[in-house]
Ligand binder design. Structure first.
Ligand code: S6P
Ligand code: ZN
Length: 187
């Protein structure tokens, strides 16, 4: 098919906007059932307004081989029980790497290869590297929205079932120090 023509996009780290934008998607608490440890706390929060946990604004680049799609994710500040607001998480079934770049706020990029858990903190000016084959999820561990730019190969694909069913091997929870990453089989 036709490749995209050259363009520049504005990336607004204060709003999470991408201009021009392509697909925009929103995930609410009710879209995250089964992912948090405290299912009862999740259902209470769904009943109390089912707020948007995160939004992804993609640039107008198609997910096809050769292209390099990019998008900005905004995760709101909040918790379900002790666990920080987070993305669903996925792996790229065509094992290919991905780069995250922090724009605002503070988050944890959690990665899992099925055996080993690794994580890095993402802040403005920090790039996180996700190697091929590692499932990944981000959590907002701060008190303001956490925003980052993601850049990945267009042919990578997205496998959500692997995380929904097998977990990430760890959870990002509140602690006296602010947050901690707790390894947990199936978590
Ligand atoms: C895509 C990249 C991100 C996520 C986004 C939402 O490969 O990793 O743009 O899609 O952060 O997370 P999720 O797990 O709902 O796709
Ligand atoms: Zn990804």
């Amino acid at each position: 098919g036709d490749l995209v023509r050259p363009f520049a996009a504005g990336i607004d780290g204060a709003s999470g906007g991408v201009d021009p934008a392509g697909v925009v998607s929103e995930r609410r608490l009710s879209d995250l059932r089964g992912l948090f440890r405290d299912a009862a706390a999740l259902e209470r929060a769904v009943g109390e307004g089912d707020e948007v946990v995160y939004r992804v604004v993609a640039a107008p680049v198609p997910e096809v081989e050769g292209e390099v799609p990019f998008s900005v994710t905004t995760i709101e500040a909040g918790r379900v029980g002790d666990e920080f607001y987070m993305t669903r998480g996925h792996a790229h079934p065509e094992p290919q790497g991905e780069v995250y770049f922090g724009l605002s706020g503070r988050g944890v990029l959690l990665m899992y290869d099925g055996e080993e858990v690794r994580w890095v903190e993402i802040r403005p000016g920090v790039a996180g590297y996700i190697p091929p084959g590692w499932a990944h999820r981000t959590a907002n561990v701060g008190g303001e929205p956490f925003r980052f730019l993601a850049v990945y190969p267009g042919s990578a694909g997205h496998d959500y079932a692997i995380v929904a069913e097998g977990g990430m091997g760890a959870r990002v929870v509140r602690s006296a120090a602010g947050y901690e990453v707790v390894e947990e089989p199936g978590g």
